[in-house]
Design a protein around this ligand. Structure first.
Ligand code: TEU
Ligand code: CA
Length: 592
């Protein structure tokens, strides 16, 4: 029985929904492909290795794009593939307008673009404007130039404090641990100035008070726009500009609020001059037509501040980290969803939703714990409490089905469609996240969520590459989670993703509305109406009774273990613990 034939069956239309609704967000009729887009993050190092060196490459992406097209996504976002010493997996760029030979060539990029376009997918690339690599020619020139020179002025060099300049210029700390300052040796061999790096010492921060920096990035934008990209995900978009005088900051290195240090006051984030930069970039994108976009990776709080980055004359979208960090806490989820939609509707910007990326423990692992994952998500080791993988994958399916029912855009991280867990058993010698080295192993870092993907179970390295071993070891489970195994099963995680993405588009949920359905918003459940689709999540330990007489559209449990599309949910049918359903609801025409 096809969904269509049941979707509007008399039974499904027989009984209107009762119970109070709390409207939050109206349907979105503003033009713009990105406003409801599903964008899939490709992390090139770990996607697919075609030349057999153990590291993913652009040709590997091109080879597997048809598999992504099966997900019916709107765009792919590529993490950096530019020339880089790879000290921070490419987020340390030494040439913004060239492809690192590790990943291929500009010709390989153009071939990948052509294939994506053929398949009807757009391509977004990562832009890393806050800092470059210490091997970038501009920084190399700054090292050999004298203090006060134009070359130094492209970066944030300062004299040290103390009688001999032996102390850092201020107390700022790196995201990756340790001081955010490194002292150089001047060309004459004398101890020299210090330079700022909010991340690794191999990632010197640009000085965005310098006109030369502005000019360089306007050149970079045009270079990739000329090559056909549909836009940019802007790395650390809340940083770039620093408060004059670089005042002391005793708060968190990532600028999130902590006791006595509200994020709004962080002198290295959220500075007013930032928005002039993005307004200028928006003007440049507009020269290429209405459909090139900027997406802000702006990790700011409180959440309504996110609206400062997304305006009709600034950025188009922003990442929603508060939603990612809300996990399966239904009260936090409701608060974040309501606040996101309300704040962003006020500036006519779409919300976005995300559960995983290359910087956080995968949600299939996070949800394998009943409380918080160990180490507050900063990597998991073999000696930590271990996640329940099956529980994590099942709850991740429920979380993803709930997320994809929301109006707005959605970001998927490569491998989440396979329900992949984090890699936990990674030898210290193979860990590459600079966080691990800078903290002497106290923080494990992010390698666990960056394990090379499994494509074909029967092949070496589960089909990731046929040559050298992958740059990080694949867990045993990756063979049975491989894409080809899951594509052959209608009850796999991958098949669920395909079903829900197809129906999300068919029901146009991304453009939809949202009202909370209060009767099913409890301490252990959350329910909203998006158009005529009721999305219901049960996080309680007990089954939840479904509303009577509804046609079930999608369930996070495999068909043989639960419901399948087209089933009529009868009065009191159970929705199990850690499950989500989409139900087709007939709403009485209250307008009469
Ligand atoms: O991450 C930025 C960053 O680390 C924080 O803003 C992050 O969002 C926060 O800690 C919550 O996870 C970006 C890249 O995504 C990351 O891979 C790079 O290492 C980093 O910038 C430096 O370029
Ligand atoms: Ca390779």
């Amino acid at each position: 029985m096809s969904v269509d034939s049941v979707l509007f069956s008399p039974a499904a239309l027989a009984s209107p929904l009762t119970g109070p609704l709390t409207p939050v967000h109206p349907a979105d009729h503003i033009p713009g492909w990105w406003r409801s887009a599903v964008i899939y993050q490709v992390y090139p190092r770990s996607f697919r290795d075609l030349n057999g060196d153990g590291i993913g490459d652009l040709a590997g992406i091109t080879a597997e794009l048809p598999r992504l097209a099966e997900l019916d996504i709107d765009a792919v976002w590529l993490s950096p593939f530019y020339r880089s010493p790879q000290r921070d997996a490419g987020y340390d760029v030494s040439d913004y307008c060239d492809v690192d030979p590790l990943f291929g060539s500009l010709g390989d990029f153009d071939a990948m673009m052509a294939e994506a376009t053929r398949l009807g997918m757009r391509v977004i690339v990562d832009l890393v404007p806050n800092h470059c690599s210490d091997q970038h020619p501009a920084f190399q020139a700054a090292l050999t130039a004298p203090a006060g020179s134009p070359e130094r002025d492209m970066f944030i060099f300062r004299d040290g404090r103390g009688a001999f300049g032996e102390e850092p210029p201020n107390n700022w700390q790196s995201h990756f641990g340790g001081s955010a300052w490194t002292r150089i040796t001047e060309p004459d061999g004398a101890p020299g100035q210090w330079y700022l790096h909010l991340f690794d010492s191999s990632q010197p921060d640009f000085n965005w008070d310098s006109r030369a920096v502005h000019d360089e990035f306007e050149r970079v934008l045009r270079f990739w726009l000329d090559r056909g990209v549909s836009g940019f995900r802007v790395d650390v978009a809340h940083a770039l500009v620093k408060a004059p005088g670089l005042p002391e900051w005793g708060g968190r290195a990532d600028g999130s609020s902590s006791d006595g240090f509200p994020g709004r006051d962080a002198p290295m984030f959220g500075q007013p001059a930032l928005h002039d930069i993005y307004r200028q970039w928006r003007r440049i994108l507009a020269e290429y037509g209405p459909d090139r976009i900027l997406c802000a990776e702006a990790n700011v709080d409180p959440l309504p501040r996110l609206a400062d980055w997304v305006r009709p004359d600034e950025m188009h979208q922003a990442f929603n980290f508060p939603y990612l960090h809300a996990g399966l806490d239904v009260h936090r989820m409701r608060h974040v969803i309501t606040e996101s939609l309300t704040s962003l509707d006020a500036v006519a910007a779409p919300s976005t939703w995300v559960l995983s990326n290359h910087d956080v423990v995968r949600h299939a692992t996070r949800f394998g714990y009943h409380g918080h994952a160990p180490r507050d998500g900063d990597g998991i080791g073999t000696w930590d409490p271990q996640p329940d993988e099956d529980l994590g994958r099942s709850r991740a399916a429920a979380a993803s089905l709930f997320m994809l029912g929301l109006p707005g855009g959605a970001y998927l991280y490569q491998g989440e469609e396979l329900g992949l867990p984090d890699g936990i058993d990674i030898p210290d010698t193979q860990r590459q996240d600079p966080t691990f080295a800078r903290t002497g192993g106290a923080r494990l870092g992010r390698d666990g969520c960056r394990i090379p993907l499994p494509w074909r179970a029967g092949e070496p390295n589960a089909g990731f590459g046929h040559g050298q071993d992958p740059w990080l070891p694949q867990p045993e489970s990756f063979a049975r989670l491989a894409r080809d195994v899951q594509a052959a099963s209608s009850s796999s995680h991958l098949s669920l993703y395909k079903r829900m993405l197809e129906l999300r588009r068919r029901l146009d949920l991304g453009r939809g509305s949202l009202s909370w359905y209060e009767d099913l918003c409890t301490d252990t459940s959350l329910a909203f109406l998006n158009g005529s689709t009721l999305v219901l999540l049960n996080v309680g330990s007990e089954p939840l009774e479904l509303p009577a007489g509804r046609m079930l559209l999608r369930s996070s449990t495999p068909p043989e273990a639960g419901y399948d599309a087209g089933d009529m949910a009868g009065a009191g049918d159970p929705l199990g613990s850690g499950e989500t359903v989409w139900l087709e609801i007939y709403i009485e025409d209250t307008e009469g």
